[in-house]
Design a protein around this ligand. Structure first.
Ligand code: ADP
Length: 487
């Protein structure tokens, strides 16, 4: 199913502030384009700094009423939103494909994954942990409870338009926090639709409607910076580049703002000599080609033991070369376009640099000669350690294979990066698996699996890949203060 005129006619394109849709101050708008055609498809309101402050006013105004809503009612709202997202999965998938480019089947899988955060945090909303115990001295009781942290600012990237929004909105609401969300300017439409579904469901239940406010903008820095200065803002949760994340941490330092950061990765995909190579290839296809490689957990470097490197490379190149690349709406398309022209240029630059450093192209290697931002699924071998492709996040459908001689060497390479988000290891040996679980420096490790994301599990990184966790039990704690009372 593709985007129908009836759906398009009902899509919100304004700002959502205090439960009301409206234009940006001054009335400016910006275009959202279809990555498969490079044509504009939507006009969205372009929020100003004044709009963002109005949104914070609304989030602040709604906060006392929302935190007073019983957890069960917060839970019921989230569960109802889950049901509505699932019921509209085809519509939402069509919208994701239109603005982000990914194949419809992948977009639909993202809706299922994204909706799951609503269901998971509906289940968590009624399970806020606490503690009562006798102090070791015996003189008093210790009473520990959790409170919502308060109004939050959520800043999301373009690569998973529904999941990045729900992964933050759902735990915030579950914890009793209100939200200002600034979606990525390249893919704001899905967030606007999700926000409308939450708003209308809250309204139908007589709950406060100012709990989720949305400010799409082309001026991310100027629009969000005043919020960091405002003491009413109590928390920022960001997913995006390490460069911007570290800038936001500097801004957050001033008011000692609670911060969660999901930043860049450089995931190693390690294939040990005893791996099941066919399983490793299947896992590699998911870890590398999901969303055309435009994921912070995408496998960035394939580290493969010398003894199996050649066979793995041939098998992977055959499987990657057989993938059908095309517009997300084309039946049978398995790999969609990159998000925009600069993404194509960046990936082209990394491949050209690797080739200039001696890499061989086993399949793919360049952009597709057609409208839109398509890059061929590519496998490279003979990668020099000096090639930029092993240190930079590729964010494209390119798999560089680097051979290693010993397990120690594999760990040295896997951990030889400032990043530590996801990692993957394939082995049939229990001992090797156990060492990978202990010694790979990453927040998430897939053992004989190419996909780790799960709403019920803690998602996040170590080292320069971030602070805090989303999903799982930890996901809600990010939006709670711990309060201890000596009683
Ligand atoms: P990506 O490379 O995935 O686009 P970015 O870190 O540039 O990663 O963007 C992630 C999100 O951060 C987007 O919503 C973007 O608009 C926003 N963003 C970019 N720069 C800033 C900034 N200076 N202040 C606040 N948000 C920003």
């Amino acid at each position: 199913k593709t985007l129908s005129p009836a759906l398009v006619a009902h899509l919100p394109t304004g700002l959502l502030v205090g439960g009301h849709w409206g234009p940006a101050a001054g009335g400016a708008t910006f275009e959202v384009t279809d990555p498969a055609t490079a044509e504009p498809i939507f006009d969205v309101s372009d929020a100003t700094p004044a709009d963002a402050l109005r949104a914070l006013d609304a989030a602040h105004a709604a906060a006392p009423a929302w935190r007073a809503v019983p957890p069960r009612e917060r839970s019921d709202l989230l569960r109802a939103v889950f049901d509505r997202l699932v019921a509209r999965a085809d519509d939402i998938a069509a919208l994701i494909t239109a603005e982000a480019g990914k194949p419809l089947a992948e977009a639909r899988a993202e809706v299922v994954y994204g909706a799951e955060f609503l269901r998971w945090f509906a289940e968590q909303a009624v399970r806020a942990d606490g503690l009562v115990r006798t102090a070791p001295s015996g003189t008093n009781k210790q009473y520990v409870s959790r409170r919502p942290v308060g109004p939050t600012l959520l800043i999301t990237p373009w690569n998973f338009p529904i999941a990045m929004a729900t992964r933050k909105i759902a735990p915030a609401l579950a914890a009793g926090c209100t939200v200002v969300i600034k979606p990525a300017e390249l893919t704001p439409m899905t967030t606007l639709l999700v926000a409308e579904i939450i708003r209308s469901e809250a309204e139908a239940r007589g709950l406060p409607t100012g709990i989720v406010n949305v400010v799409p903008t082309t001026q991310a820095g100027p629009v969000t910076e005043p919020l960091f200065e405002d003491p009413r803002l109590r928390k920022v949760s960001f997913t995006g580049s390490t460069r911007v994340g570290s800038l936001l941490l500097e801004q957050a330092a001033k008011n000692v703002l609670r911060s969660s950061m999901e930043l860049g990765g450089n995931a190693p995909f390690v294939v040990f000599e005893d791996a099941d190579l066919d399983a490793a290839v299947q896992g590699a296809l998911i870890a590398k080609l999901r969303n055309s490689g435009q994921s912070c957990v995408a496998a960035n470097r394939f580290l493969v033991h010398d003894a199996v490197a050649h066979t793995f490379a041939e098998k992977l190149a055959a499987a990657v070369g057989a993938k059908v690349t095309g517009p997300g709406t084309q039946p049978g398309a398995e790999v969609g376009p990159l998000i925009n022209e600069s993404a194509v240029e960046k990936v082209t630059g990394l491949v050209d640099d690797a080739v200039a450093h001696g890499a061989q192209v086993l399949t793919g290697g360049g952009r597709l000669d057609r409208p839109g931002h398509f890059f061929e699924p590519t496998v490279l071998t003979g990668i020099s350690p000096d090639a930029r492709i092993v240190t930079e996040e590729i964010f494209g459908p390119v798999a560089p294979i680097v051979a290693f001689g010993s397990d120690d060497e594999a760990y040295e390479m896997a951990n030889g990066t400032p990043f530590g988000l996801a990692a993957y290891a394939y082995t049939t040996s229990l001992d090797r698996a156990r060492r990978a679980m202990d010694d790979i420096e990453a927040g998430m490790i897939g053992i004989n699996r190419g996909l780790v994301s799960d709403a019920s599990a803690p998602f996040g990184g170590v080292k320069a890949s971030g602070l805090g966790r989303e999903g799982g039990e930890a996901g809600m704690e990010e939006y709670q203060e711990t309060v201890y009372v000596a009683l």
